[in-house]
Design a protein around this ligand. Structure first.
Ligand SMILES: [Zn+2]
Length: 247
């Protein structure tokens, strides 16, 4: 039976710690809580790492967070040889905030790249040091320098980043919101989470369940490290932190 978990990061991506109660420990040792600030791997963003603190102050190290049978189930995967908690035990969850904050900045940068490159997305992966977004672009103008400059314009403009929920019917009436060529947002849940950039979503809005910063300036310095051709029509953009290195 999948258990629904209150996903605290959806309303507050800046929550690095929270209280939770163990609702189950699965047959592989995965720990399920009634609520958590740990993000589970999905949508190209890796799940959180960190630790669960027990009442006596001891720690259960968490090396990964994954979804269960459905996306509403969040499973904290302990590192090797961690003591299992008991069902009903109260724990304090602590995510590795430095890592998560980099992922939030990078994930937001990926959204900005889809504004600069308004082409169908064929794949994406968010990383701490580097992220990549693949687009279906038969011909393109622009290079690392011009795309990096356009990205930094959006960062410096300090656009607000917010979320709002819409119905499946609203999404169906606005198919242009979906930028992904192959992946469709999950349907059946009745509601879709939109991530909006700019006042009244003037810069961008697209369905996304990940974690983002709340102002584009927080992304900080980023640049395009590489643009690779993948196949006849696909181009892979690698986003890295820091200013564009001078050649
Ligand atoms: Zn996102």
């Amino acid at each position: 039976m999948p258990r629904e978990v209150k996903a605290l990061f959806r309303d507050d991506a800046y929550l690095s710690t929270a209280e939770g109660t163990v609702s189950a420990v699965n047959d592989r040792g995965g720990i399920i809580l009634d609520q958590t600030c740990f993000y589970a791997t999905s949508g190209g963003q890796p799940g959180d790492t960190g630790f669960l603190e027990r009442a006596d102050g001891s720690k259960i190290a968490i090396s990964a967070t994954v979804c269960g049978e459905n996306k509403d189930e969040i499973i904290h995967v302990p590192s090797n040889n961690q003591p299992p908690p008991s069902v009903g035990e109260k724990l304090v969850t602590h995510i590795d905030w430095d890592r998560r904050y980099k992922l939030m900045r990078m994930h937001t940068a990926c959204h900005l790249l889809t504004v600069v490159c308004p082409y169908p997305i064929t794949g994406a992966s968010v990383g701490e040091e580097e992220s990549r977004v693949d687009f279906d672009i038969p011909e393109m103008d622009g290079d690392k320098a011009s795309v990096s400059a356009a990205l930094m314009n959006l960062v410096s403009a300090n656009h607000p980043v917010s979320t709002k929920w819409i119905t499946e019917e609203e999404l169906a009436a606005n198919p242009a919101l979906i930028k992904s060529k192959n992946v469709r947002p999950p349907s059946g849940a009745g509601r879709i989470r939109l991530v909006c950039i700019g006042d009244a979503a003037s810069v961008d809005s697209q369905p996304c369940g990940g974690t983002h910063v709340t102002e584009t300036q927080e992304v900080g310095d980023i640049h395009i490290g590489k643009i690779e051709k993948k196949g006849r029509e696909n181009r892979r953009f690698r986003i890295r932190f820091g200013p564009l290195p001078a050649n």
